[in-house]
Design a protein around this ligand. Structure first.
Ligand code: SF4
Ligand code: SF4
Length: 371
């Protein structure tokens, strides 16, 4: 019988530098120790989740102290360390995101190279960052958050950031529905398969994540080699069944990892001590789960959500327009507007807006049913 995948859960109450390092080291030690993953001279890519130019206290991006701890461990093991990602916005935003998120400073201080995922090679029809393909090891360092389409984002979804540039937005335009997008995300995970994932759940996010939700001081780090098993544990923390998360369901169905908590070797602190009883799902998901299952199938087709720009809050940075895969956002008389005839409701604009100026609103049916 195959050995159960190990997932370490380690309590870490805040982002104090030395405490984070000690907690990350403990978590990695519990799943084999850094030397099981990194040997001297290896090129190691540390891949955080840098969604947009938001400061660490907003909990939108992986906290720089968690990234620092992983990079430092990999360096101590003799690795030649790079830190890289492909944030939303794909153009001018990348440098700004590295700067504001604190990742650039960490890279400089830890002697790691900061890489933008500009060059890529086609693998199974997906442009995968050359930096990821040429690294001897990839260590994924995701953030634990809700996501308006995929319910949660953690270990498996973080690998999608290894797809370069605008192609990510094209994937959204091809697959606006959760189940279809999950297939693409899992395909990227199968191609990139990090050797280790260390999830930042010290301050997680619920509600309308991944960028406009509520901060949840959870005090948890998760580590392991099986990203599907880690996501199953993250779902448990959110009070969800692992297979309620479409990406976990798809990856499990494809045999890429374990989603049955009974078949995961949990080490470290007690997973059940981290379950958030009042975890709020994104509005887009919450409405659907509130509906009785028999009604859901008949109504689902008619339930629609759309992004609405609040011109009073909008700072006219242009990031939403730059990110939109179908050019549905234009400037009319200095005001950013969505053309709903073009919009495919992928909600990428909501994800990347650094100022929470894009709200997700339901259609008349959602108001009628849920008030
Ligand atoms: S809605 Fe947000 S992302 Fe778009 S221009 Fe305004 S502030 Fe920038
Ligand atoms: S306007 Fe927003 S939700 Fe609509 S297609 Fe563009 S990015 Fe997606």
């Amino acid at each position: 019988m195959a050995a159960k995948p190990k997932v370490a859960v380690v309590r870490c109450p805040d982002y104090e530098r030395e405490r984070v390092f000690a907690s990350v080291k403990k978590a990695v030690d519990l799943v084999g120790g850094i030397n099981a993953f990194v040997a001297p001279g290896m090129k190691v890519l540390v891949k955080p989740n840098i969604l947009s130019a938001r400061p660490p206290e907003d909990a939108v991006d992986t906290h720089p102290e968690v990234v620092r701890a992983v990079a430092r461990l990999a360096k101590e093991a003799g690795g030649d360390v790079m830190i890289g990602d492909s944030p939303g916005g794909y153009g001018k935003n990348i440098d700004e995101a590295f700067e504001v998120s604190g990742i650039k400073k960490v890279a400089e201080e830890e002697g790691a190279r900061l890489v933008r995922f500009s060059a890529s090679r086609q693998i199974e029809g997906m442009p995968i960052a050359t930096a990821a393909l040429e690294a001897d090891r990839v260590i994924s360092v995701p953030k634990l958050k809700t996501h308006s389409i995929t319910v949660l984002t953690a270990a498996v979804k973080n690998t999608f950031g290894m797809v370069t540039g605008l192609h990510k937005a094209e994937c959204h335009s091809r697959a606006p529905k959760a189940e279809d997008l999950a297939k693409i995300l899992v395909k990227v995970y199968a191609i990139t398969r990090p050797c280790l994932s260390v999830v930042d759940g010290i301050v997680a996010m619920d509600g309308d994540g991944p960028s406009a939700g509520r901060l949840r001081p959870l005090g948890a780090l998760l580590a392991g080699t099986d990203a599907v098993a880690i996501d199953a544990c993250a779902a448990r923390m959110a009070g969800l069944a692992p297979l309620d998360v479409p990406v976990t369901k798809e990856a499990y169905a494809r045999g890429l990892g374990e989603a049955d908590l009974g078949r995961i070797d949990l080490v470290g602190d007690d997973l059940n001590g981290f379950v958030m009883k009042d975890f709020a799902l994104p509005k887009t998901i919450r409405y659907l789960t509130m509906m009785p299952k028999p009604l859901l199938e008949s109504f689902m087709y008619f339930v629609k959500f759309k992004p609405v720009i609040d011109s009073g809050t909008c700072k006219r940075c242009g990031l939403c327009a730059e990110t939109c895969p179908v050019d549905a956002i234009t400037v009319v008389n200095g005001v950013y507007k969505v053309d709903y005839h073009k919009c495919i409701k992928c909600l990428c604009c909501h994800e990347v807006c650094p100022y929470k100026a894009i709200e997700i609103k339901g259609n008349a049916l959602t108001k009628l049913v849920w008030g």
